[in-house]
Write a protein that binds this ligand. Structure first.
Ligand code: TRP
Length: 338
């Protein structure tokens, strides 16, 4: 049995509009994992182009968004010396391994992927082949580094199961124990930050209402306004977590407060339970501004020097390739490529 080193890989799409959901659901966890694991974080630009050009915005937008999202992660605490931070398209082994995995994965497996169905919508005939193949490339992102742990939001669980299925089938087909069976890591009190307008929907960059989300680039005034206007219900705050059941908006605000201050929901209710929403909202606005403003400032400073950010990605890609290259070579050897 091959012993796999604890290695984390995760990826984020290059979209400039990062929000509180990305911060609490992904960035905070990624930063923490730097303490305990070897960490690789990848801007998945090859995934971005799977949708229509009008969605990813074309060349100038792709370039800008890639640098912005990298800057946001550095600003949030990803240390480019500790972590390997890079963009996917610079390490060609991702695409190369994806081709091999295309021949391991079965059509039936991909036909079950719910994210494809959602993204393709009704006009499936017109979706790109790349959108259909998205989860296979994602498996290659992970397995090209023999990553053992992948922190993701729970909407990505199905893709990680596919990644495991691919690893298992490859190992079986060639009688090896070469690819690890990767574990999903779903962490944090607020891995699912919900819309401020509808507590049953995820906070999302594509929600038409900007009041539904707190963007990392929002001003202090905007943040305070959005939290003040956040939907609540008629009852006050309960004293115990039980009392949040079935009250999606209340649960969301309490959860966000807990996650931002790194305490439990019970702790938050000890402080605010029995009171009105207004007290929690005021405290939450201050807390959100205090947490997000420094990140925003740092991001602006980083983007004033895009050459620096690009340099981080180039350096990260070189370090990533050092890991990917021998794994690709071994894969080809296992399969008999001359
Ligand atoms: N599909 C992921 C998402 O939308 C992004 C992603 C691409 C990813 N490749 C990955 C996440 C590899 C983890 C590991 O969130």
């Amino acid at each position: 049995m091959t012993a796999f080193k604890q290695r984390v890989l995760s990826g984020m799409q290059p979209t400039g509009n990062l929000h509180l959901g990305n911060y609490l659901g992904a960035m905070v966890n990624w930063v923490k994992m730097q303490e305990t694991h070897e960490t690789l974080y990848c801007v998945v630009d090859l995934h971005a182009i799977t949708q229509a050009t009008s969605v990813w915005g074309g060349p100038a937008t792709l370039r800008k968004s890639t640098l912005e999202v990298a800057a946001a992660y550095i600003a949030a605490g990803i240390d480019p010396n500790r972590s390997i931070l890079f963009n996917q398209s610079r390490v060609h082994q991702h695409a190369e391994l994806a081709w091999i995995f295309n021949c391991v994965a079965r059509l039936g497996w991909l036909n079950r992927m719910t994210q494809f169905k959602e993204k393709a919508g009704k006009d499936r005939e017109n979706a790109s082949v790349g959108l259909y193949d998205y989860p296979v490339l994602m498996a290659a992102d992970i397995l090209i580094y023999h990553a053992t742990h992948v922190p993701v939001g729970d909407d990505q669980k199905q893709h990680l199961e596919l990644c495991r299925d691919i690893a298992i089938k490859f190992n079986n087909d060639f009688s090896v124990e070469f690819f690890p069976i990767t574990e999903p890591v779903i962490m944090g009190t607020a891995t699912r930050v919900m819309s401020l307008r509808d507590g049953t929907k995820k906070m999302s960059k594509s929600d038409p209402s900007d009041l539904s989300r707190i963007n990392l680039t929002d001003s202090a005034d905007d943040i305070a306004k959005k939290i003040r206007k956040a939907k609540t219900d008629a009852d006050g705050l309960p004293a115990e977590a039980e009392g949040l059941k079935g009250r999606a908006e209340a649960e969301n605000l309490v959860g966000i407060y807990a996650a931002l201050s790194d305490v439990t929901v019970a702790d938050v209710l000890k402080q605010f339970g029995g009171g009105q929403f207004s007290a929690l909202k005021n405290a939450l606005a201050d807390l959100a501004v205090a947490k997000l403003a420094p990140i925003n400032d740092k991001m602006v400073r980083l983007l004033a020097d895009p050459g620096y950010v690009e340099g981080v990605l180039v350096d990260g890609a070189a370090r990533a390739a050092v890991i990917a290259e021998p794994i690709m070579a071994e894969t080809k050897k296992i399969m008999g490529f001359v």
